[in-house]
Design a protein around this ligand. Sequence first.
Ligand code: C5P
Length: 221
Amino acid sequence: DLRGVIALDGPSGTGKSTVARRLASTLRSGYLDTGAMYRAVTLAVLRTGGDAAEVARTARLDIGTDPLDPTVLLDGVDVAAEIRGPEVTLAVSEVSAVAEVRRILVDQQRAIIASVVNTQGGIVVEGRDIGTVVAPDAELKVYLTASADARAQRRTRQDTAAGRTATVEGTLADVQRRDNYDSSRAVSPLRKADDAVELDTTDLDLAGVLTSLLAIVDSRG
Ligand code: C5P
């Protein structure tokens, strides 16, 4: 089967996180949610009011790589729920656009990836710049897309399920704002790597996306 790194990139609301975790547990690989790292640094910036690069340098981040239990600890405290809240979601793109923040987190991501590949043989890594910057030599790169409407609906369902108030209109505006910001920033903008396989998930449910991904993996393995 496919060993090494599987890079999963794309805008928000494509079902990336859920699919990445399922894919990782099916393949018995590790899992890394790089968005959670940018979110945790953003939370620390909001809490301390400090300079983003300085916060990224000093915050103690512990990111779990078990797809069944991807823990996120900030200075030893579980922040997995809080980093998905509206305050962090509103501020995360701005923090992620700081070149020094990206340099620090990309270094950490490469170290985590190397160690998990070493011990477990494989890892599924999700984000915006995995195929282009973090792991340009990944064995497989997949770029997930979906219509803005489908993405807003998925995000709204996730938010509601997690007990957060959300409307499709509000979420659509947020999804579009964040994607514009992420795609137009100077450092490592969101874009499909030339050698990535593009998968449009607009009309697929979770099982459908997973089946397509496993077919892609099999065809490469
Ligand atoms: O994937 P998620 O929605 O949690 O990511 C939150 C934000 O973190 C994105 O909107 C983007 O600004 C940033 N991000 C990034 N590079 C990554 C992963 C996330 O810039 N590899």
